[in-house]
Structures are given as structure tokens and as C-alpha cells.
Design a protein around this ligand. Structure first.
Ligand SMILES: [Zn+2]
Length: 270
């Protein structure tokens, strides 16, 4: 792997540390999408993400997801099919979502950032959502308002500012931070709107996984251009520390084999 200093027009600053010095990760470039690694904090991220506008189109994520899946099957059919056929291995021993949320957050107010249609009601919680897709936000609002909550339509880093300080017992950032161009303000705001002792559930693709090393460019976690950050446990912990959280890893034993990092972000007492 030969990395060269980046000099491309419009390359964004590192979303974790703000450094403008990054190196090209040439083997992970695809079409016009350029991958880089921050020279300061080591985060791997898309240097030229498409912007929030691209996400407002309804079901943008679902569409590209289907295209990516087909492309991967095309490129590495045998290994990829074996990987897909054994997806169940990630679910072994996992409790149902409602039980896990009750374990982690107790009860009270729950915010789901990137809530899609918010079709699931979790007992004991008044649920709120943020959703960037106009159609999904409307659907989520219709699902949440009869139970006392609501959905805010907009990009996470902006919409989250509408909620008051210390409103929430729990915040769900499930398969979200890898899509968010501005993860740092979202986490800073998450710390603000959590009650003392509140927690956020974070799930992101695991760039440090065995799967990433094995499948390389065809790894399931690489999604162009939807995923704009690629966290390892180290770069995720770094982002957490800079935004007022400590990280409690939920899958410590199987982490190397897991395509995702699952963690609770616990708010550091001021
Ligand atoms: Zn950085």
C-alpha cells in the first residue's frame, strides 16, 4: 500500500480532529470516491462525500445497498456468499432489542437518530426520532405521535439541536455515525440532551475486523458513498473521548470477528 499526501480540491477536514492533512488510501478508491486516512488521528474517511442533499432523496440508502450487494457478489461470489450465508453467527446469544434497550436505558425518553420509519414501539419509552429522508420522517412522525413522541425531519447534526438539555434517558445511534458527515457535533449534542447518567447505543461497521482484512475492497462494511467514516475501536474511542463519552464495548470477545462495533457511550460527569 502506497499512501500519498492528499491535495485534491475540496477534500474535507477530518471529521474527528479537524486536521486537513490526510493521506490517500488508494486501494479503497472507487469511481469518483476517494478514501483517506487522517495523518493526525488515524481515522479513515471519505474525502469527498456527496453531501446531505443526496440523502434527502427517499430511500437513497436502500437503493445503494442493493446495488452494493450485487457488486460484491459479482466480484467475490464464493467468499461473499459464504459470508452472507453465515450472517446468523452475529446474532448468537443476542437479546431482543426491546430487552436490551430496557437494560441499558431503563425507561423514559428515547431518541433514535436516523430512525427510518420508526415502526417499532419499545415498552416503557416515549420515543422521538430524527430522519433525513422526507418520506421516512413523515412515516415516523405518524408512528410516534400517537404515543406522545415525534420525529424531526432534517440532518442529524442540525435537527438534534431542537431538543432541550437533559431530556433523554437514552439515544440510539444504530448504523448511523458511519453515514453522518458531521459525527462530532452530533455526539456533542447527544451529550447535551442526555440526562446525567444517560447513555447512547452506538453501532458502526468495524474497520478493524477480520472480515475487512479478508474481503478487502469487497468487505460488507464498505458502501460508496453512503458510509463516510470507517471506525476502528481506537478511532471510535478517540471520537468518544473528544465529545464527552467513555466507551463500554458490548462485543469485546467476538469483536475481531464481528463486522460491527457495538458499544454504549456513557456520558462523562462534568
Ligand atoms: Zn483526524
Amino acid at each position: 500500500m502506497v499512501n500519498a499526501a492528499v491535495s485534491i480540491e475540496g477534500a474535507r477536514a477530518c471529521p474527528t480532529c479537524g486536521s486537513t492533512s490526510a493521506s490517500d488510501v488508494a486501494e479503497l478508491h472507487r469511481d469518483e470516491w476517494r478514501m483517506g486516512q487522517c495523518d493526525n488521528c488515524g481515522l479513515v474517511y471519505l474525502l469527498n462525500p456527496p453531501g446531505y442533499e443526496a440523502l434527502v432523496e427517499d430511500f437513497a440508502w436502500e437503493k445503494t445497498s442493493a446495488i452494493e450487494k450485487a457488486a460484491r457478489l459479482d466480484a467475490r461470489p464464493v467468499l461473499q456468499r459464504a459470508d452472507l450465508a453465515t450472517r446468523w453467527r452475529h446474532k448468537i446469544g443476542r437479546k431482543p432489542e426491546a430487552v436490551r434497550y430496557a437494560d441499558w436505558f431503563g425507561s423514559g425518553n428515547l431518541l433514535n437518530v436516523g430512525c427510518a420509519g420508526a415502526s417499532t414501539q419499545y415498552p416503557g419509552f416515549t420515543q422521538y426520532g430524527i430522519e433525513i429522508s422526507a418520506q421516512l420522517a413523515e412515516q415516523a412522525n405518524a408512528n410516534l405521535t400517537p404515543h406522545g413522541g415525534y420525529c424531526v425531519h432534517g440532518p442529524g447534526s442540525e435537527a438534534i439541536r431542537e431538543f432541550p438539555d437533559a431530556m433523554f434517558d437514552g439515544v440510539i445511534l444504530r448504523s448511523y455515525l458511519e453515514h453522518e458527515e458531521n459525527p462530532r457535533p452530533v455526539l456533542e449534542q447527544t451529550a447535551r440532551i442526555l440526562k446525567p447518567g444517560g447513555r447512547a447505543y452506538v453501532r458502526v461497521p468495524n474497520f478493524g475486523s477480520v472480515g475487512k482484512r479478508l474481503f478487502g475492497r469487497n468487505w460488507v462494511g464498505l458502501r460508496y458513498p453512503d458510509h463516510v467514516q470507517y471506525f476502528t475501536l481506537a478511532t471510535l474511542r478517540d471520537l468518544a473521548a473528544r465529545t464527552g463519552f467513555t466507551v463500554r464495548l458490548l462485543n469485546p470477545v467476538r469483536l475481531p470477528l464481528d463486522d460491527n462495533i457495538n458499544a454504549l457511550f456513557e456520558k462523562v460527569a462534568p
